[in-house]
Design a protein around this ligand. Structure first.
Ligand SMILES: Nc1ncnc2c1ncn2[C@@H]1O[C@H](COP(=O)(O)OP(=O)(O)OP(=O)(O)O)[C@@H](O)[C@H]1O
Ligand SMILES: [Mg+2]
Length: 242
């Protein structure tokens, strides 16, 4: 469903992706952990077509993302939800309007259909009744759920999560991770998850890859990888508390 092959990406002299290979089967979830500033968000942006590789292939559902025209990319983005690293809710729009935004951008659905879909995803993320509030009037955990609802509202086949647990306490982080797992299980949504949380990877992912120096260094089930004795992996995981 998602396939990156030999992807290279540099910004000037900075080599961020260096021949990255990554594969996520349809309906499965893959988590990526790696040091801050190493290029995980850059990786996700290639999948959604916000960045183009210098070389290599980026395929989603059989489409070569860098080769898509504007309309085809718009079409594909309707199939992909993106949970941004920094929430990216729009402060002057209500929860309802924030969630409705991707529908307004990528479809011509009538207003009553939009309202129906927004209410449905609000139920899925257990936020019934919050639709008229503004982002500043709800907690960080609720904001995360609104971000998730916004990623879900187009009924995507793929969701990309950029640090879904960031800024949440451990309990809330666990419940968001469980919700991600539920969405994958119930709707067969293919998920690519960038996370700094071992707990999130264990709960929400089938596979885990450690991203380091532009490639996936070690890959396996979360249990395998978290127990790996690869020195770079131990160094990275050893420095993280949880
Ligand atoms: N559009 C861009 N132009 C120039 N440099 C960029 C651009 N986007 C990212 N970078 C650089 O690429 C590197 C990787 O950034 P990225 O945001 O992917 O890190 P990350 O692994 O997501 O880190 P974090 O865990 O802190 O979110 C950084 O050095 C960043 O400054
Ligand atoms: Mg990032």
């Amino acid at each position: 469903m998602i396939e990156l092959r030999g992807v290279h990406k540099s910004f000037g002299p900075l080599q961020v992706l260096r021949g990255l290979d990554l594969f996520v089967d349809e309906g499965r979830s893959f988590a990526v952990m790696g040091p801050s500033g190493s290029g995980k968000s850059v990786l996700l942006k290639h999948v959604i077509g916000l960045l183009r590789p210098d070389s290599g292939r980026v395929l989603v559902a059989g489409n070569s993302v860098p080769d898509l025209g504007r309309d085809e990319l718009r079409e594909l983005r309707r199939e992909m939800g993106y949970l941004f690293q920094f929430g990216a809710l729009i402060n002057w729009l209500t929860v309802f309007e924030n969630i409705a935004l991707p529908l307004r951008e990528t479809t011509d659905l009538p207003e009553d259909e939009i309202a129906g879909r927004v209410r449905r995803v609000l139920r899925q993320v257990h936020l019934e009744g919050a639709e008229d509030r503004y982002p500043s009037q709800i907690s960080g955990g609720m904001q995360k759920r609104v971000g998730l609802a916004r990623a879900l509202v187009t009924e995507p086949r793929v969701i990309l999560y950029d640090e879904p647990e960031a800024g949440l306490d451990p309990g809330m982080s666990q419940s968001v991770s469980e919700l991600m797992r539920e969405l994958q299980g119930e709707f067969g949504i293919t998920s690519l998850i960038v996370t700094h949380s071992q707990l999130c990877a264990r709960i929400a992912a089938d596979r885990l890859g450690i991203f380091d120096q532009g490639v996936i260094l070690v890959e396996g089930t979360p249990a395998e990888v978290l127990a790996s004795d690869h020195p770079r992996v131990r160094e990275f995981l050893g420095s993280r508390r949880e």
